[in-house]
Design a protein around this ligand. Structure first.
Ligand code: S3P
Length: 430
């Protein structure tokens, strides 16, 4: 599907974004192995989170969507920790790295063997990072060429480990913690660089005994989880596209409502403010252990800068749209320590550079990042999403600043995390 995106002079209005993708995945899995029903408000509408629900359904857990005074609510009928059933066919994680990596932790602790696969992009994503700690816990996993999906996971009795994460990855941390629910001794995860802590929060919400102290997470063995009512905040990584769109178009003034503001996810806001962004937090509250608030964003003169180290890890999903901002900023943007971008839904270092060049911009790629000079003009182009949702959306934002209408090829990829993206973008630009 091709979307045409016209230049826009400014963005105005109030907008919501889908429920947080990371949090939705976690509750779909945890509510399934909790005792009793969970009612989940604002579950992500993205295809990735539906892949997780389909996998849980294939493992014997029923769910349904209902309507309550116009609010969509997902009910998951959890059966407790030891009542998943073997699936009759290989599980399909679709495009979702979170689904395959985190669910592998649960599957490793079952009394049956599972197979889990996904689409062409997922088949290229590295799995050794979860296979190694799970093997240390006693799991038996086979992968294509020893590291790629499909995975064959033979359930085993697991034991706790003391694991230091070699890559800054919340998916790996979560995989080990989910496996830890099935282990017969304490599981400890040490994080050299802090990553999003939604799994820790969700585990505590559903009753696990989990403590975090100075980037060391300890999960006691034997926890039983209990289902409950959960509200998922809006996804700040989806909001990022509209935040940047408003910043780069002079005169913009938008409000984003109910956005998740967990401090492990808000490095983007700090970074942008440091570059001159006018972003105001209007109202913040805590719901189910997560901060939620409204954001007001105004068109701003952006300076640019350097993104590196722990900051890169904290804004890794926002780098495609930050790259667009970089080209339009005063001083440009240098991104370092971003080698993880090479193993996302596409090789994002390449797909960002290729599409910026199509728009006439100058960009240099390095093995671990990008260097993008500032004060560039973008010209209308045919953009290729390469099947990557964040590339489709980032370059739709870039198209707002081009001289004429651009065509976004493969725009349907946006529905992986944000099916309503183009409708919302139009509502802000009309
Ligand atoms: C995610 C963690 C990040 C992020 C991904 C979602 C999560 O991946 O890029 O979109 O939900 O835990 P890594 O943990 O592999 O860095």
């Amino acid at each position: 599907m091709t979307e045409q995106v016209s230049p826009a002079s400014g963005l105005h209005g109030v907008v919501t974004v889908p429920g947080d993708k990371s949090i939705s995945h976690r509750y779909a899995m945890l509510a399934s192995i909790a005792q009793g029903d969970s009612r989940i408000y604002n579950y992500s509408s993205g295809a990735d989170c539906h892949s997780t629900l389909s996998c849980m359904r294939a493992l014997g857990i029923w769910h349904e969507f209902g309507d309550e005074d116009g609010r969509k609510v997902l009910t998951i009928h959890g059966k407790g920790k030891n009542h998943l059933e073997p699936a009759v066919a290989p599980l399909d994680a679709g495009n979702s790295g979170s689904t395959i990596r985190m669910l592998a932790g649960i599957l490793a602790g079952q009394r049956f063997t599972s197979q889990i696969a996904g689409d062409e992009s997922l088949a290229k994503r590295p799995m050794r990072r979860i296979m190694l700690p799970l093997a240390e816990m006693g799991a038996h996993i086979e992968a294509t060429d020893g590291q790629f999906p499909p995975l064959k996971i033979q359930g085993s009795q697991l034991h706790g480990i003391d694991y230091t994460l070699p890559v800054a990855s919340a998916q790996v941390k979560s995989c080990v913690l989910l496996a830890g629910l099935f282990a017969n001794s304490e599981t400890i995860v040490r994080e050299p660089i802090a990553t999003r802590d939604h799994t820790e929060i969700a585990l505590r919400e559903l009753g696990a005994d989990l403590k975090t102290e100075r980037k060391v997470i300890r999960l006691q063995a034997g926890a039983e989880l209990t289902g409950k009512t959960i509200v998922v905040p809006g996804d700040i990584s989806s909001a990022a596209f509209f935040i940047v769109a408003a910043l780069i178009r002079p005169g913009s003034d938008i409000i984003l409502t109910n956005i998740g503001l967990n401090p492990t996810r808000t490095a983007l806001l700090d970074l942008l403010r440091g570059m001159g962004a006018q972003i105001k937090l209007l109202h913040i509250e805590q719901v189910n252990g997560e901060l939620i608030g409204n954001l007001q964003v105004k068109g701003s003169r952006m300076r640019g800068g350097v993104v590196e180290g722990a900051t890169t890890a904290a804004v890794i999903d926002e780098i495609p749209v930050l790259a667009v901002l970089g080209a339009l900023s005063e001083d440009g943007l240098i991104m370092r320590d971003a080698e993880e971008l090479r193993v996302k839904e596409s090789d994002r270092i390449e797909t960002i550079a290729r599409n910026l060049k199509r728009m006439g911009a100058t960009v240099t790629t390095t093995s671990s990042g990008l260097e993008i000079p500032g004060r560039q003009t973008l010209r209308a182009a045919e953009i290729d999403s390469c099947g990557d949702h964040r590339i489709a959306m980032a370059f739709s934002v870039a198209a707002l600043a081009a001289n004429e209408r651009s065509a976004i090829l493969g725009a349907e990829a946006a529905s992986i995390s944000f099916p309503e993206f183009y409708t919302s973008l139009r509502s802000l630009t009309n």
